[in-house]
Write a protein that binds this ligand. Structure first.
Ligand SMILES: [Zn+2]
Length: 198
């Protein structure tokens, strides 16, 4: 039986900063293929892929992400605590999901899928691509640090594109810029961009 801490530590030895996740994707997909999972690598962008593994479908998908924010921090085990980039968010979770799914499969439960996405820490392009995968599960459990409490909702996000004209400047040097005031309205509230016309 796979030791979940050892598996998490192995995942943590792989640098998978957002945009360069391929070594972690390789490791996870090979681990799953070796244990009889049907594995699909879904290309998200050139050289980057989500890992989707399934058996019979029709049950639950356990999902989290394989990328981490840079810089890479190598793992170390101190007492019963595992440290390193992604230990909490979210490679420890990925390892727990892999081991749990494997135990379920070994016990005869085939209705479990695994979905590991790339790009979560920057724009979520992996999650958006995963929306195009055929849905085979009735439920999805998304793994993110929530202090070991079940969260049944998410705050979601709203992205807007604002176009304005003028000369761009870094936010540390706004006086070097020159642009007209922009204004947009979200949920009835208006927001004005920094005004600095010269
Ligand atoms: Zn996360």
């Amino acid at each position: 039986m796979t030791d979940v801490v050892a598996l998490a530590a192995e995942l943590l030895t792989i640098d998978s900063s957002t945009g360069a996740e391929s070594a972690a994707v390789d490791f996870v997909s090979k681990w799953l293929v070796a244990r009889g999972w049907n594995v699909t690598l879904q290309e998200v962008s050139r050289g980057r892929a989500n890992v989707w593994a399934f058996r019979s479908g029709g049950g639950v998908t356990l999902s989290t992400h394989l990328d981490t924010v840079p810089p890479y921090i190598a793992p170390k085990l101190e007492g019963n605590k595992l440290y390193g980039r992604g230990a909490c968010d979210a490679k420890g979770i990925a390892a727990a999901m892999m081991v749990a799914a494997e135990r379920l499969a070994n016990a005869g439960e085939q209705r479990v899928d695994l979905l590991f996405v790339v790009g979560e820490e920057k724009g979520s392009d992996g999650a958006r691509a995963a929306n195009r995968l055929a849905s085979t599960s009735r439920f999805l459990v998304n793994g993110e640090p929530t202090e070991s409490k079940l969260a049944s909702g998410a705050k979601g996000s709203l992205r807007v594109t604002v176009r304005t004209t003028g000369r761009a400047a870094h936010s540390a040097y706004p006086h070097l810029g020159n642009f007209f005031e922009s204004c947009w309205i979200v949920n009835g509230e208006s927001f004005g961009a920094h005004k600095n016309s010269r």
